[in-house]
Structure formats: C-alpha cells, structure tokens
Design a protein around this ligand. Structure first.
Ligand SMILES: [Zn+2]
Length: 162
C-alpha cells in the first residue's frame, strides 16, 4: 500500500508503507522529510499509484560542499535579455551579461564538482540566450548610432548647401 505525504513546499509525493519513519528528500525542494505513520483513515492511493518513477526517494540530497544550481535564474535572465533587447538595448545588454555570468559560474562549478550537475543544460541554455540577447542589444546600439550619425551627416550637408 502507498499513501500521499505533502512537503512544506506543497509537493505531493507517494510513500510506500516501508518508508514510514525514514527520512527522504523532497523531489522538488530537497527538504528532508520524515515519512509519518500512514493516516488512520486509509487515504485513497494517488491517481497513479503504480508509477514507480514517482516514488521516493527519487532524488538524493546534494552531497556536502555541493550547492544547488541556478539554472532557473540563468534561463530567466537569458529570456528577459532577448525580450528586452529590442525595447532597450541597455537593459538587454545588462540582462544578457548577467545571464552569461550566472551560467558561466554554474558551469565552472559543475566542472569543479561544487554545483549540482542537474543544472548543466539550464546553464548552457542560459548562456546561449544571454549571448543572443547581448548580440541583439549591441546590433541595435550600432544601428541606432549609425542612423543618428547618418542623419546628422545629412543635416550637415543640407545646411551647407541649403
Ligand atoms: Zn518540498
């Protein structure tokens, strides 16, 4: 028989009877949870009780000296930099550089074994999107400056001959 336990973060997990009293890590936030006694009023098993992948402990807590990755932050910064680049190249560039910096730090940590390797693909995506956002920002900056100086040149010519 299995029953459902709920973490402080709201994550629901399926616990087997033989896990009662053991400590497990939440699959979402890694908080250590003690599996309580099965509720007296036999709770109905979750919708997919036979799915073994949902069982705990699905994920071991991170070992000592390894910090969680910041892949979500890196990807968010990368997406925002691409979104903001066409609106304001300064914001796009800053966000792009931030995304690249966060990703680079995570990737370095993953290589060195001090960051959760689950962040590898997030960091890679964050870095690529940060670079794209930065390139768009710089392209818009160059275009803007170019058009301004072209306009100025044209005005000068008009003034000189006009
Ligand atoms: Zn949790």
């Amino acid at each position: 028989m299995s029953f459902v336990i709920r973490c402080v973060c709201g994550q629901l997990m399926t616990a087997q009877d033989d896990y009662v009293g053991l400590e497990v890590a939440c699959v979402r936030c890694s908080t250590a949870l003690r599996v309580p006694e099965k509720p007296a009023d036999d709770q109905p098993a979750p919708a997919t009780p036979s799915r073994p992948a949902a069982r705990i402990p699905a994920r071991q807590p991170l070992p000592e000296g390894v910090r969680p990755h910041r892949g979500g932050l890196a990807v968010t910064l990368g997406v925002l930099s691409i979104l903001f680049a066409p609106l304001c190249f300064a914001i796009g560039a800053v966000l792009g550089i931030a995304a690249i910096a966060v990703s680079a730090e995570d990737l370095r940590g993953i290589q060195a074994g001090t960051v959760d390797p689950a962040g590898q693909s997030f960091a890679s995506s964050g870095r690529i999107m940060g670079i794209i956002g930065l390139v768009i920002s710089l392209a818009i900056l160059v275009l803007t400056v170019g058009m301004l100086s072209m306009g100025e040149l044209l005005l000068n010519q008009l003034n000189r001959f006009g």
